[in-house]
Design a protein around this ligand. Structure first.
Ligand code: SAM
Length: 235
């Protein structure tokens, strides 16, 4: 696979290392291997190695900024061979990085609610050579995958959109020893939250403030993204 700009990629990763954001060799190598220019929307390739989120055409969605992607990957601590669920495929960039981290013995399932982004992500992942390890699924990831299934399936779950509360099914799909990451809070400001499962007990910690587009779905926000300021969960 040929990267369009190796220099820009290494200077971005060097900067993330200097800032203490990229801390592990594994995340560093994954970020150096996955060409971000293959995942940004056509016409924005020249900005692929700027540390900013970029719009995915007129979908209202974004490919997250590299520093946020790196923070989440470090916090998720993905191991080779892991089964990973990503909710919010977007461009497929983070799914490709997860594929690098799980390696050939692992698997990534990534759920996206917008059909045009499912198609976009699949074609990006195919071009970049990751479709053997990544399954992109169209659906409402707020219900987990398979939807509403309550058994342990995944070592890691990462939700790359902001949720009003911990979504029940993705949490129930964590295996013993598993880790789930989710930005929790109202549109405009959330706290990246990490949940760990040990046996039948769950602990959670707040990591840092962040801003993500809303998780829109049955166990997320309504289409306006405003449930949390209208009142408690409707569940
Ligand atoms: N991880 C992505 C990447 O690497 O490009 C960026 C994700 S973007 C910040 C959030 C994505 O979550 C959007 O593509 C949005 O359509 C998707 N999304 C929002 N609610 C969803 C839901 N209930 N199920 C699946 N995807 C959802």
């Amino acid at each position: 696979m040929v990267r369009m700009n190796v220099d820009e990629a290494s200077s971005l990763v060097d900067s993330l290392k200097r800032q203490g954001i990229v801390r592990s060799r594994r995340v560093e190598e994954a970020m150096l291997r996955v060409p971000r220019e293959l995942f940004v929307w056509p016409g924005t390739e020249h900005r692929a190695y700027e540390d900013i989120p970029l719009p995915l055409d007129d979908t209202g969605q974004t490919i997250s900024a590299p520093h946020m992607v790196a923070i989440m990957l470090e916090a998720l601590d993905v191991k080779p061979g892991n089964q990973v669920l990503e909710i919010g495929t977007g461009s497929g960039y983070n799914a490709a990085l997860l594929a690098e981290l799980v390696g050939r013995d692992g698997k990534v399932v990534s759920v996206e609610r917008l059909p045009e982004l499912v198609e976009f992500a699949r074609s990006n992942l195919k071009r970049a050579g990751y479709l053997d390890r990544v399954e992109v699924v169209l659906g409402d990831g707020s219900l987990g995958y398979p939807p509403r299934y309550e058994g342990p399936l995944y070592d890691r779950v990462t939700i790359t959109a902001s949720a009003p509360r911990l979504p029940r099914y993705p949490v129930a799909q964590l295996r013993d020893g598993g880790i789930l990451l989710v930005p929790l809070g109202p549109p405009g400001y959330q706290v990246l939250t990490r949940v760990r499962r040990r046996g039948n007990s769950y602990s959670s910690e707040e990591l840092l403030g962040c801003v993500f587009v809303p998780l829109v779905g049955e166990d997320g926000y309504g289409p306006g993204g405003l449930d949390i300021i209208r009142g408690p969960s409707k569940r």
